[in-house]
Design a protein around this ligand. Structure first.
Ligand code: XIL
Length: 449
């Protein structure tokens, strides 16, 4: 019998390519057997999970092996990090931020302003007791945002600045403490302040129940578009994408249409809290396979929209899903809505997500081949000249052949030659071609030790 640690090791080993150095496979090829992490890297997208305080070394190893992004499920929420106003305990969030940095995981800061749940227990009372409640709440929000961005801004790539600003089912504002005290201007103000505090982070608004066409969906899109037009610094829209039990299953078509509505605002979008309760598939002959197919379709819908550039699954292992503890969804427990089972083994849904991500990855050989053709075309157009251009073409041809045989290290040698030669060329197309060449070399990890 294999013990749990041995099993975990096997799970990790069989899907891992070396953490550093030249790649060992082309994740765009169907037979590649890559992890989600490696596939996402080649596809230039982020795929993450959440982590929580119960995670130990085994969970962390799985996360670092399989994903390239991370969200704290609770640890960075205002009431979790400061149970009462101003009394911060950074222990959990610090550990998460350190883990993300050491494992090369993009960290999503979730969340600065959220009126629905998990606020410091005395926040409402403090605001209510103040002579000027609006001024008091504004000051407390500013203090909290400064604390969070000051401590984590160097490691957080993007913030969910405002979470769930809208009502559960309508396009009205959620009637929470922030809205009631500050009016709808709190939304714009939070973004303006976040930009001033953390100028290099991306700033997202994150909303739930957007998976069906609805007045709420249209309202969110309209409000964000209006705010952006007014100059409010919103950089992206997070679509939570919880597929709850006990509610109708969004059809693939309607999900695609709703994502498109959000994308039409014109900002980057992400699926930020994906989970798919297996309750929907309980009467299928193979519920895990049906869940996997559905997962694949949702992530595929994201991958088919150029602005959709990341997916985060809300939890690592089925045994820890929030849906099993949150009424009314706990009635459907076990919801088993995630990519790993209770033993941290990947489920069919894992592979379906990986395969959906793969649709955005371009095979290395094809990247080299198109680059070579484009160098030639640029030379003919006169957009790149110099004696070295021929060498660029020749070395790219060699790289292409190496890549076709899986000779990744050889390809790196040829691509280095191509880059050196390209640096000697002149013309308007040199810079964009050099950038593409650099991307290919980075994808191959040519320069990683
Ligand atoms: C949930 C957590 O998963 C639970 O552990 C917690 O008890 C409540 O919050 N939308 C969000 C997330 O933006 O922060 C929520 O997370 C799930 C719904």
């Amino acid at each position: 019998m294999l013990g749990r640690p041995t099993l975990l090791f096997l799970i990790a080993c069989c899907f891992v390519s070396p953490a550093h150095g030249v790649v060992t496979r082309d994740c765009a090829l169907p037979a590649s057997d890559c992890t989600i992490r490696d596939t996402a890297r080649q596809a230039h997208v982020h795929v993450g999970v959440t982590t929580n305080r119960a995670h130990g070394p085994a969970e962390r190893a799985v996360i670092a092996t399989h994903f390239n992004a991370l969200t704290a499920e609770n640890a960075m929420k205002w009431g979790a990090i400061a149970p009462t106003v101003g009394n911060y305990d950074f222990t959990d969030a610090d550990a998460i931020a350190d883990f993300a940095a050491s494992a090369g995981l993009r960290l999503r800061g979730h969340t600065l302003v959220w009126g629905r749940l998990q606020l410091p227990t005395d926040l409402a009372a403090q605001v209510g007791a103040a002579a000027d409640p609006a001024a008091r709440l504004r000051a407390l929000v500013a203090e909290h945002m400064a604390t969070m961005t000051g401590r984590y801004g160097d490691r957080v790539a993007l913030w969910d600045v405002v979470n769930e600003p809208l009502d559960v089912f309508t396009d009205a504002f959620d009637p929470n403490l922030f809205f009631q005290t500050l009016g709808d201007g709190y939304l714009a103000d939070a973004f303006t302040l976040a930009r001033a505090l953390d100028s290099d982070a991306e700033l997202f608004v994150n909303e739930f129940a957007l998976t069906y066409p609805s007045a709420k969906l249209a309202g969110l899109a309209r409000r964000v578009a209006d705010l952006v037009a007014m100059g409010v610094p919103i950089d992206g829209i997070g679509v939570q994408a919880h597929v709850f039990p006990l509610l109708p299953l969004p059809s693939r078509e309607s999900f695609r249409a709703t994502l498109q509505t959000v994308a039409d605002v014109g900002l980057p979008i992400e699926l930020t809290e994906l989970d798919v309760s297996i309750w929907h598939f309980r009467n299928e002959p193979d519920p895990l396979a049906a869940q996997a197919a559905y997962y694949g379709d949702l992530v595929g819908a994201c991958m088919a929209i150029p602005q959709c550039r990341a997916v985060t699954v809300w939890g690592l292992a089925d045994s820890e899903s929030w849906l099993d503890h949150m009424a009314p969804f706990d009635a459907a427990a076990p919801n088993a809505p995630l990519l790993f089972d209770a033993h941290l083994a990947p489920k069919p849904a894992y592979f379906a997500v990986r395969d959906a991500i793969r649709t955005r990855a371009v095979p290395f050989r094809q990247q080299a081949a198109t680059l070579r053709l484009d160098v030639r075309a640029a030379r003919r157009r006169g957009a790149i000249h110099g004696d070295a251009v021929r060498i660029v073409g020749r070395t790219l041809g060699r790289a292409k052949r190496s890549l076709g045989r899986g000779g990744f290290a050889d390809a790196c040698t040829h691509l280095a030659g191509a880059a050196d030669a390209l640096a000697l060329a002149t013309g308007s197309d040199v810079a964009p071609l050099a950038a593409r060449l650099a991307t290919l070399r980075a994808d191959l990890r040519c320069d990683e030790p």
